[in-house]
Design a protein around this ligand. Structure first.
Ligand code: FNR
Length: 184
């Protein structure tokens, strides 16, 4: 069975650019990985009073992360940080204390926005959280994608050749990074 990459998209908007980017990345990724979208929109608000049993959705979410060889975070920037929905999912995966599912899972961090700095600050905040959770992240190349008309469609096609080449090379580096962290 091919190793699974858990793809976590920080937007649940119907026409999300980040979901389109996630599809495009999976299409560029090596065939020896399977890319599986992990749902985060059905997770309840994290409440430490309930952290021992937050219910089925949280169990499912933690199981999907625990069984993944690697993580791919594709997130928008909300007010110069990550969306609350994504932070909520990360917090669920980290608890109860001592039962985090994140530690040691190699991760890629990427995103797209309409803004000129293309999610740079959201990515920096996310890296900060992931470092605390002992999640190694691919450092280079960084990927800050600014949306342009026709760049991405719903089927994972990339409309600009230079961006397609860049995302392909980013995925190659990401796949090598995951393999390096999972071979032992
Ligand atoms: C945004 N947007 C945004 N863009 C950006 O580059 N930096 C930012 O800080 C913000 N802040 C922000 C806050 C909130 C609450 C919203 C709703 C939006 C714009 C954002 O990049 C744009 O809406 C993207 O298209 C969102 O990603 P999805 O939903 O298309 O994946």
């Amino acid at each position: 069975m091919s190793p699974k990459i858990a793809v976590i998209v920080g937007s649940i908007r119907n026409d999300s650019l980040n979901r389109k980017l996630a599809l495009a990345l999976a299409a560029q990724g090596p065939q020896d990985f399977s890319f599986e979208h992990v749902r985060i929109d059905d997770l309840p608000n994290f409440n430490q009073d309930l952290e021992k049993d937050h219910g089925e959705a949280v169990k499912r979410f933690k199981g999907e992360i625990a069984s993944a060889a690697g993580l791919l975070f594709v997130t928008p920037e909300y007010n110069r940080s990550i969306p609350g929905l994504l932070k909520n999912a990360i917090d669920h995966g980290s608890r109860p204390y001592g039962q985090s599912v994140w530690a040691g899972k190699p991760a890629g961090v990427i995103g797209i926005s309409s803004g000129a700095i293309g999610t740079a600050l959201a990515q920096q905040h996310l890296r900060n959280v992931l470092a605390y959770l002992d999640v190694p992240t691919l450092g280079q190349p960084e990927a800050f994608i600014q949306n342009k008309e026709g760049l991405l469609d719903d089927k994972g096609n990339i409309g600009v050749e230079a961006t397609q080449k860049f995302l392909k090379s980013w995925m190659d580096k990401y796949a090598a990074f995951v393999k390096q962290h999972t071979k032992s």
